[in-house]
Structure formats: structure tokens, C-alpha cells
Ligand binder design. Structure first.
Ligand SMILES: N[C@@H](CCC(=O)N[C@@H](CS)C(=O)NCC(=O)O)C(=O)O
Length: 264
């Protein structure tokens, strides 16, 4: 389905290239086959930003504009997309209990798992600038692993056990919610110089994430690892990567990741 439903209505997405919240929405629109215009927002300078107009409450990306109506908060947007473009690629299950579980684990992802990955990111960034402490990094890694163990256990014994994706044979809303932030873990692994999500400790999570990353809608959306690494190292300049372009495997920097010893 295209962006025009006979009324010339345009679907616009305000986002930021490194934002996993934005990427959830991008992948959802691509899976649905909805054409949209992507507008990159400069989060470091919001003074003239459309965000102030369209998301005055939180001033954050993503914001979806449909029929000129703005909508904020990625999970709200994902559900709106699913309820608006119903003819293609359902993202939510039909069963009410499973729908509730998808909401529960989406909340867990944004409330626990995502912030714990973010804390690893922040503690490593502080360490790289000489302000941090390896103990803080180690504690952040342990907290992230604790949350990953919860997801691994759900994949092993919970409602979603035995499935290729949380959505079943195809990707659903929970895959987008958990999956779009998880690529940061690989970038963190590279910076840390050790394995954070090894396939022995987290076999189900590991193979789920690898499967997810093979999907064209993901590879077209998630920035290449070197750009994530640059961001991780504090080089936050907007790269040439276009969210609709295929990622390039080439590295844009000669700088080597600084290994961090997390075991001390
Ligand atoms: N709960 C929000 C979180 C969105 C969010 O944190 N967006 C970040 C980018 S990843 C942002 O716009 N940050 C700008 C700021 O905080 O000023 C959602 O799910 O959409």
C-alpha cells in the first residue's frame, strides 16, 4: 500500500539515524509496504525543529505524521500503523492474551532492557574519556546480562518458546521493539573487545537476533556497525548513511576500538 489512499495523504516520519525508536517505525512501515517521507531531525539543535511543533510534550523522535496528524512515542505509533494499514503484514497477534504479553514485554524492553544497554553505552563512553570507572562498566554489563537472561528464559520456557520470531514465523511488534535496539550490543562488544551476547549463554536470543538482522527491512534500516561505533566513541556527526539506503560494510575510520577490561 502506498502513501496515497486517494486523498493525496502523505506519511512523514521525523527521526534520527541512530535512534532505535525511530528504526522500529521505519521497519514497521517497510514491512507494511507504506511509502513514507523520512525527515532527519537534528537533536542537538531543536530550536527550529519540527519536534517542538509536533511533539511539544517530549520533544523526541520518532514522530509520525499521517493525514497531517502528529503522533509520538514509538510503541503508540507501531500500534497505530498496525491498526491503520490492516491489509498487509499484521504486527500484533489476534489473541487478546498474546496481545497483552506483547505489550508487557514491550514495556520490559523500554523500562529495563533498553536502559540497561544504554547504561553500558554511557559507562563505556565515560571510561573512554577518562572520567569513568571499570567497576561501573562491569556493574552495567552485569545488569544488562541479567535483563538478557530474563528474555532468554522467556524464549526458552515462556509463551514465545520454540518460535523463530516473537511474532511466529514472521516478525511481529515485539521483534521490532526488542530487536531494533539490540544491534547496539554488537557495537558495544566490539568496543569492549569481548563477547556480551555469546551463543552459549544466550543461544536463543543470539540466533533470534542473527535471524532478524538478515531481513532486508532491517539491513536497509539499521546503520552499519562502524557508524554505530563512531557514535559510541562520541563521534556523533551525521553520517552519509541514508535510512533508506543499503548499509555499506566499509569502515569510515582507521581508529581501532579501545578494549575495555570488564572483568576487573
Ligand atoms: N519513549 C520514546 C523514546 C524516544 C527517544 O528517547 N528518542 C530520543 C532519540 S533515541 C530523542 O529524541 N532524544 C532527544 C532528546 O532527548 O532530547 C519512544 O518510544 O518513542
Amino acid at each position: 500500500m502506498g502513501s496515497c489512499d486517494g486523498e493525496g495523504e502523505v506519511v512523514k516520519l521525523l527521526g534520527s539515524w541512530g535512534s532505535s525508536y525511530t528504526q522500529r517505525v521505519q521497519v514497521a512501515l517497510k514491512l507494511k509496504g507504506v511509502e513514507f517521507e523520512y525527515v532527519e531531525e537534528d537533536l542537538s539543535n531543536k530550536s527550529s525543529s519540527l519536534l517542538l511543533l509536533y511533539n511539544p510534550v517530549y520533544k523526541k523522535v520518532p514522530v509520525l505524521l499521517h493525514r497531517q496528524n502528529p503522533l509520538a512515542e514509538s510503541i503508540v505509533i507501531l500500534q497505530y500503523i498496525d491498526e491503520t494499514w490492516t491489509q498487509t503484514y499484521p504486527l500484533m497477534p489476534l489473541d487478546p492474551y498474546e496481545r497483552a504479553l506483547v505489550r508487557f514485554w514491550s514495556h520490559f524492553s523500554d523500562d529495563k532492557l533498553g536502559p540497561s544497554v544504554g547504561s553500558v553505552f554511557q559507562s563505556m563512553a565515560s571510561l573512554a574519556t577518562g572520567e569513568g570507572d571499570q567497576g561501573v562498566v562491569g556493574a552495567a554489563v552485569e545488569e544488562m546480562r541479567k535483563n538478557l537472561r530474563i528474555v532468554e528464559e522467556e524464549m526458552e520456557k515462556g509463551w514465545f518458546r520454540g518460535r523463530r520470531f516473537f511474532g511466529g514465523d514472521s516478525v511481529g511488534m515485539l521483534d521490532l521493539v526488542i530487536g531494533c535496539g539490540s544491534h547496539w550490543i554488537w557495537a558495544l562488544e566490539e568496543v569492549a573487545g569481548l563477547s556480551l551476547v555469546d551463543d552459549t549463554t544466550f543461544p536463543r536470543f543470539h540466533s533470534w537476533l542473527r535471524d532478524l538482522e538478515q531481513l532486508p527491512e532491517f539491513t536497509q534500516t539499521i546503520p552499519p556497525a562502524d557508524q554505530l561505533l563512531n557514535m559510541l566513541r562520541g563521534q556523533t556527526q551525521n553520517p552519509s548513511h541514508s535510512p533508506s539506503a543499503s548499509p555499506s560494510p566499509s569502515s569510515t575510520t582507521d581508529e581501532q576500538p579501545r578494549p575495555v577490561n570488564l572483568l576487573n
